[in-house]
Design a protein around this ligand. Structure first.
Ligand code: NAP
Length: 276
């Protein structure tokens, strides 16, 4: 878990309000980002999915001095309508959106993508992990009259094959393309849309992927920095993209993965004298 006490404190987000979608617990990437944004003066609203989640998330939200929470299952248009209308009623406008939501069935996150992807599983993964961003971007842009910024979360499985990631990799490819198209549509309104491609991190979503442990260890051992992706690094990048520091950046996918994405061949040459 990120240590809020170690987050750089400042005023980069002072006077800015935004919506965070995707806090499930203290390990959620959305929570790490929330702590960093709050430490820089942002005021945050949170969506949650269902009552059980509210009970889990409310104490976190209150721990950073916030209390604005609205229910929103992203597959439910009526709940999304109600959530954005409540935010609009309370705040009038927002300055940023954090989207950190994805889902695929456990059966789909293992073995063969070709064998295990059902029509319904594909539809659900795309709906929750891709359409939800397009939908949230449309709704959020309608309450960003002064411009703003949006960030969504992706993974290397969009660009390269990763064991078990399967239909989620296909969804993330769609999410990255959606980031570019949303950036194109909303750019003229002064809204910057970007994505962060994070390395593997120990969260609920990661726990649903078969072989997640080895994704974590490979992500560390083969990375350029030889370290795990840190929540502080991901949150810092989100702060950069959502704050004035990120001006002129749109339609971008930034890798925060200890350099793993840049590796062509990992160094496994221990004791190898070279030659054929
Ligand atoms: P997480 O804590 O499990 O967050 C995933 C969130 O998605 C949860 O809050 C979950 O809520 C929400 N969600 C799923 N279905 C939903 C629905 N129908 N309506 C509303 N919310 C829904 O895991 P995380 O790792 O922080 O994931 C956040 C994002 O980062 C995801 O897009 C993930 O793909 C991405 N990412 C993660 C990693 C990693 O290694 N962990 C790496 C790169 C990118 P419920 O718990 O209620 O379902």
């Amino acid at each position: 878990m990120a240590d809020f006490g170690n987050m750089p404190v400042g005023t980069l987000m002072a006077g800015k309000r935004g919506l965070v979608m995707g806090v499930a617990n203290k390990n959620s990437i959305a929570w790490g980002i929330s702590q960093q944004l709050a430490a820089q003066g942002a005021e945050l609203a949170f969506t949650y999915q269902g009552e059980a989640l509210e009970r889990r998330v409310r104490p976190l939200v209150e721990s950073i001095g916030m209390d604005f929470m609205v229910p929103a299952d992203v597959t439910d248009d009526a709940e999304m309508d109600a959530a954005f209308s409540e935010i609009s009623k309370k705040w009038g406008k927002i300055d940023f959106l954090v989207h950190a939501i994805a889902f695929a069935g456990k059966d789909e996150l293992q073995g063969s993508m070709v064998a295990n992807t059902t029509r319904e599983g594909f539809r659900r993964a795309m709906d929750i992990s891709v359409f939800s961003f397009i939908d949230a971007a449309r709704r959020a842009s309608q309450i960003m009259p002064d411009g703003g910024a949006m960030v969504t979360m992706t993974y290397l499985g969009a660009e390269r094959t990763v064991p078990s990631y399967n239909v989620m990799g296909v969804a993330k490819a769609g999410l990255e393309a959606s980031t570019r198209y949303a950036a194109r549509d909303l750019g003229p309104m002064g809204i910057r849309v970007n994505a962060i491609s994070a390395g593997p991190m120990r969260t609920l979503a990661m726990a649903g992927i078969r072989g997640g442990k080895s994704l974590m260890s490979t992500g560390r051992d083969w990375s350029l920095l030889k370290e795990d992706t840190s929540m502080e690094g991901v949150a810092g990048c989100a702060l950069y993209l959502l704050s004035p520091l990120g001006q002129s950046i749109a339609g971008e996918v930034i890798h925060v993965d200890a350099g793993f994405h840049a590796v062509g061949v990992p160094d496994l040459s221990d004791g190898d004298e070279g030659g054929a």
